[in-house]
Write a protein that binds this ligand. Structure first.
Ligand code: SAM
Length: 206
């Protein structure tokens, strides 16, 4: 219990630090592609929404969004944001990925969240993500590579680049950027990051 409490407190500090930051580049890329295709705003799920830096951008562009996070404080903080746009439509769900269910969607966004679970949950969730994408739907988000400092923590999933590419094989990869960087986490801990930035689209004939 004490562990769960301190975990919640750590996340709360993370949300205070990052919640007001701009949306992720991967989300912007995906939303811009939908607009380039002349498509109306659709329905998205934001897995691991945190305090909603990406969710707010989707709403601002008129999307309906189901924002999912295991931390109650994340969802509560999102729902109370003073800058929630008057357009779009927000639904929220407090759940771990393994227990979360969502309908068919146009976009699954998961920024810096999906790798934060053990490998079995990560892969099961990825299969559900792909299955839930409508033809022409997109995934935008981030996975962690093998040189990341958190390798060895069994609660976090890391992928070799070829494993990541194999997982994306059934989709059209529109954006794949590999980043290695020495910086500090939002909580101030020095870290070597190894990140795959991904946007991929399910075929329209799928
Ligand atoms: C690093 S934060 C990222 C938040 C936001 N997407 C962003 O880009 O800033 C990761 C979020 O994923 C959530 N999360 C991590 N593992 C999860 C899981 N297994 N199920 C549901 N949410 C999870 C955490 O509670 C946290 O809010």
């Amino acid at each position: 219990m004490a562990t769960e409490t301190s975990k919640a407190e750590r996340w709360q500090r993370y949300y205070q630090e990052t919640g007001a930051r701009p949306p992720r580049e991967t989300l912007l890329f995906a939303l811009d592609r939908f607009e380039d295709e002349g498509r109306e705003p659709g329905f998205a799920v934001d897995l691991g929404c945190g305090n909603g830096r990406d969710t707010v951008e989707m709403l601002r562009r008129g999307w309906r969004v189901l924002a999912v996070d295991a931390q109650e404080s994340a969802v509560a903080g999102l729902a109370e944001r003073p800058d929630l746009p008057p357009v779009g439509e927000l639904q929220t769900l407090v759940s771990r990925f393994a227990g979360a269910r969502w309908p068919e969607v146009d976009l699954v966004n998961s920024s810096f969240a999906l790798p934060l679970c053990p490998a079995a949950d990560f892969h099961a969730t990825w299969r559900r993500i792909v299955a839930s994408l409508k033809p022409g739907g997109r995934f935008s988000g981030h996975w962690f590579g093998p040189n990341d400092d958190w390798v060895g923590d069994p609660s976090i999933t890391h992928l070799e680049r070829n494993e990541a590419e194999e997982m994306l094989a059934g989709l059209e990869v529109e954006h794949f950027r590999e980043e290695e960087d020495d910086s500090v986490t939002p909580r101030g801990t020095p870290k070597h990051w190894h990140i795959f930035h991904i946007v991929a689209q399910k075929g329209r004939a799928a």
